[in-house]
Ligand binder design. Structure first.
Ligand code: SAT
Ligand code: MN
Length: 591
């Protein structure tokens, strides 16, 4: 029998469902010991020190990077594995063409054999967690079991974990079960399985972020999106940011972009000096749970408590908030090191890497020093721009929703949807170049509706129908926009400076919400003219701005027919309203 750590709350107050499940998993996986996480700072420090002693974590220079550590993953375990990620629903159609599917009993049987005895000689960590403020009716709880202390430390930073979550689970008697083992890290014995009908997740063979921190993409998006449909809300791959305008009013915006397309940077944006009087507050950088409120508006919480952000490119110019935030109390994964044990990554203005992300002497011939998907894990409260409302149980009211992708052509800098239903089509039509956040080729354009292609736990046809239904319940719906910060010229140079300058686009959106900014109907939606944007002090040539704000009708007619072909894959599950919206756009483009 495994030895066990003290329980965070008295046995009599624990949910029987939790203890029975932990016992059953321990029976199957045969750990040497069981550690119940209580969620204290002291516990995180003890787990970290133990990994330092074992050589799994490296302490960074305590003078310049106090309480910071470096973790080097297995070199073949550095990103999400979409091809090994499954939705296991009774009906294949419920998972839809957007997901890999496996029959639930077959998936359980396969996973049971992988998990059998897999924790021999290891510690089994029990991590009770709450996604969202613990006293919020919008929050939902889960328990992750893992045999990785690195995963446990990440979960302790990324979620509200420990005693309070366990108490809430006992009160509610419902939670998402997430079972994880790093296994042998063999890419041929690696599966991330979701059973939304059972509120459970089984993940084996990877220790990487989205595959292993089960509260994040697995629970807060794939399983939660399923729960959200049943309960009438939305679980989305969106940042949430508060913008205080020069008159002192704060507006909240939610924005969906695919992984590694700048959500963290937009959520922590620093207003340029040329736009005085603005202030920015981060509510979340990756996931939003959106609920129709009694007032007819859409209210959002960030279910997470920390950031798991992309490191390369972070510097005082691109994102000073993030740059300062990750100088203490941060867990780095797969960055490079300087001679004096500072972390180093591509995009830093100074320092020199001597050791690459794999721990080898740095040799530029072997590629970048830091892995392109190297990450920081840090508590949200470390962010200098952290919103005072992150723990508000009601969340924040959303004025605008933004969809976007990374596209070198076609998509203009910004456009506004005609209304909510058109906005759903705009979201469903998002296409983006792939990034290093997932295993596979980088830079290939693919459809990524609502930036949820890797994360929607059910059939996209049903998901769009649900989006339309949620909108119909809102008397004051957010306006919906599409942006593209990544448009390039013929030489491949970015046309838009991005980062802090994106505030000009956000300011236009807020003025549209207030009814004070102009726009022209360009067929695909409403575009600002150059004079509708605040361009004071903006260093963009008028010609470049004209390109950014233009719609190439022949290219867009082609885009519309590609979107139609894409949507038609969803057959009878596709709401007819989406095709009607698409036909309106096609007609406006002269098709
Ligand atoms: O790996 S994560 O899913 O946590 C990060 C991302 O790809 O968005
Ligand atoms: Mn993400």
């Amino acid at each position: 029998m495994a030895t066990a750590s003290p329980l965070p709350i008295p046995m009599s107050q624990l949910s029987r469902a939790v203890t029975d499940w932990v016992d059953a998993v321990a029976q199957l996986t045969q750990p040497e010991s069981v550690h119940w996480c209580e969620g204290t700072r002291a516990e995180r420090e003890a787990l970290t020190s133990a990994l330092v002693r074992e050589g799994q974590l490296l302490k960074l220079d305590p003078k310049t990077y106090p309480d910071c550590h470096l973790y080097r993953s297995d070199p073949a375990d550095v990103a999400r594995v979409e091809h090994l990620t499954y939705i296991c629903t009774r009906s294949k159609d419920d998972a839809g063409p957007n997901n890999n599917w496996m029959e639930p009993q077959a998936a359980h049987a396969k996973m049971r054999e992988l998990f059998r005895g897999c924790m021999r000689g290891r510690t089994l960590y029990v991590i009770p967690y709450c996604m969202g403020p613990v006293d919020s009716p919008l929050a939902r709880c889960g328990v992750e079991i893992t045999d990785s202390a690195y995963v446990a430390i990440n979960m302790l930073i990324m979620t509200r974990a420990g005693r309070e979550a366990l108490e809430r689970i006992a009160r509610e008697d419902t939670f998402v079960r997430g079972l994880h083992s790093t296994g042998e890290l063999d890419p041929n014995r690696r599966f991330i399985m979701h059973f939304p009908e059972e509120l459970s997740i089984e993940s084996y063979g990877s220790g990487y972020g989205g595959n292993a921190l089960l509260g994040k993409k697995c629970h807060a998006l794939r399983v939660a999106s399923w729960q959200a449909r049943a309960e009438g809300w939305l679980a989305e791959h969106m940042l949430i940011v508060g913008l205080r305008d020069p008159r002192g009013a704060t507006h909240y915006v939610a924005a969906a972009f695919p992984s590694a397309c700048g959500k963290t940077n937009l959520a922590m944006l620093i207003p340029p000096d040329t736009l005085p009087g603005w202030e920015v507050f981060t509510v979340g950088d990756d996931i939003a749970w959106l609920h129709p409120g009694a007032d007819g508006r859409l209210w959002a919480i960030n279910p997470e408590a920390g950031y798991f952000g992309v490191v390369p490119g972070t510097n005082p110019q691109t994102n000073r908030n993030a740059y300062e935030m990750i100088r203490r109390d941060t867990l780095f994964t797969n960055v490079a090191l300087t001679a004096d044990h500072h972390p180093w990554w591509e995009g830093l203005p100074d320092g020199r890497p001597v050791t690459d992300w794999q721990g080898r002497p740095f040799d530029p011939a072997r590629g970048p020093a830091a892995h392109p998907n190297s990450r920081f894990t840090v508590a949200a409260t470390r962010n200098p721009a952290c919103s005072p409302l992150i723990d508000d149980p009601r969340g924040v009211p959303i004025s605008a929703i933004i969809f976007g992708g990374r596209r070198r052509e076609v998509a203009p800098l910004v456009y506004e949807a005609r209304d909510w239903a058109h906005g759903v089509l705009v979201g469903a039509s998002v296409a983006s170049e792939t990034t290093a956040a997932a295993v596979g080729q980088v830079g290939v354009v693919r459809r990524d509706p609502m930036a949820m292609q890797p994360f929607c736990g059910y059939n996209f046809g049903d998901y769009w129908r649900h989006w339309l239904a949620v909108g119909a319940r809102l008397s004051r719906p957010p306006r919906i926009f599409h942006v593209n910060w990544f448009r390039r010229d013929a030489e491949g140079k970015f046309l838009w400076p991005g980062f802090g300058e994106n505030l000009r686009v956000l300011a236009w959106m807020l003025e549209r919400c207030a009814g004070t900014a102009g726009a022209i109907d360009a067929g695909i939606g409403l575009l600002p003219r150059a004079e509708d944007l605040d361009t004071r002090g903006l260093k963009v040539e008028p010609q470049a701005l004209a390109t950014l704000l233009s719609v190439d009708a022949p290219l867009w007619r082609k885009e519309v027919s590609e979107v139609r072909a894409y949507l038609e894959q969803y057959g009878a599950r596709l709401p007819q309203q989406m095709l009607a919206e698409l036909s309106r756009t096609a007609a406006a483009l002269g098709d």
